[in-house]
Design a protein around this ligand. Structure first.
Ligand code: HEC
Length: 305
């Protein structure tokens, strides 16, 4: 087991407070809404620990049996905008990421019919519209004909944070998925990373920011019941990992991993990190059980090593 400590003990590490970029003067602060928390709630709003809801979704494995916990009916279901109970038989687990996809675009995006064709992807594209923050707060609070009313399980500030996250991605204060990947047909793996990533810079970010938890080669923590190492996951699911790097992993100590002050800067950091993770020797599958990508796989494209 590698120690959970600095990745490069040979170098003299600067004390964290000496980072000159963190002391740079900033424009007047925007209202203190935690968009990373908003992104994590968008990903998965329930979990064991606060601030996540104690809700446990009705299991999609037991079709027709309402066996969850919490929510307005106490059985792990939520209600549509009409007030009608919404079933989880389709397996969306009531997560906004299920309805809108990791790229927030609904049926026009990675979960839509031209890519993964998830049956629960909705018609609204959160990045295509011009909803005001108030309109999004109302939508997430009350639900509509396709998405549930989160007002029954989340607090107003939590819903505000989800709306602020969406608007940040849509309007450029946060990275936009179109700066990171493009959608491809199913036979080509659903997506491809965009050009312009700098794998060497990404590797330095990983040493500095990820290794203490994920291990130097990203095999210390395996995801999805041991199926993927950090590298193997990123080579096959970067359309999801951009969101995790931006916002963190719900229910884990991992928070936002980017440090830029504009959406463009943050998108570049994410693309650099994802490009670096396309190196199979530097970030191997380790003991992970799922197959890694083959030579020539288009998702990493020219970054694949
Ligand atoms: C403070 C510790 C910590 C740091 C720092 C950290 N992570 Fe994580 N990360 C975790 C933990 C714990 C998980 C959760 C694993 C799980 O859910 O099984 C996780 C999950 C992830 C996932 C989600 C995989 C999935 O299941 O979908 C990705 C992707 C990821 N990390 C990438 C990174 C990258 C890239 C960095 C650095 C830029 C980083 N992490 C930094 C601890 C950390």
């Amino acid at each position: 087991m590698a120690a959970c400590g600095p990745a490069a003990p040979a170098k003299e590490p600067a004390p964290p407070s000496a980072d000159p970029t963190s002391a740079a003067p900033r424009a007047p602060a925007a209202p203190a809404i935690d968009t990373a928390l908003g992104g994590r709630l968008f990903d998965k709003f329930y979990g064991k620990e606060p601030p996540f809801s104690a809700f446990v979704p009705d299991s999609s494995k037991t079709q027709g049996v309402l066996d969850g916990q919490g929510g307005p009916s106490g059985n792990g279901t939520l209600r549509l905008g009409s007030g009608e109970a919404m079933s989880n038989d389709a397996g969306h687990d009531y997560r906004l990421k299920s309805f809108f996809g990791w790229d927030l675009k609904g049926r026009e995006g990675i979960y839509g019919p031209s890519a993964m064709a998830k049956g629960y992807a909705v018609s609204r594209n959160l990045l295509g519209g011009r909803e005001t923050r108030e309109e999004l707060v109302l939508l997430f609070t009350k639900g509509d004909h396709e998405i549930p009313a989160y007002g029954d399980v989340l607090t107003p500030p939590q819903i505000e944070a989800m709306a602020a996250y969406v608007i940040g991605v849509r309007d450029g204060a946060l990275p936009h998925p179109d700066q990171i990947f493009t959608i491809k047909p199913p036979a080509q793996g659903y997506y491809a990373l965009l050009p312009g990533g700098d794998a060497a810079r990404g590797k330095a970010y990983i040493e500095e920011r990820c290794s203490s938890c994920h291990g130097d080669d990203g095999t210390e923590v395996l995801f999805d019941d041991g199926a993927y190492s950090l590298g193997a996951h990123a080579r096959q699911k970067a359309y999801e990992d951009w969101h995790k790097i931006l916002n963190g992993q719900p229910g884990s100590p991992m928070g936002r991993q980017v440090r830029g002050s504009t959406g463009k800067e943050m998108a570049q950091e994410i693309l650099d990190i994802l490009a670096a993770l396309c190196d199979r020797a530097a970030f191997p599958p380790g003991k992970a059980t799922a197959k890694d990508v083959e030579d020539g796989d288009g998702r990493c494209g020219p970054y694949l090593k």
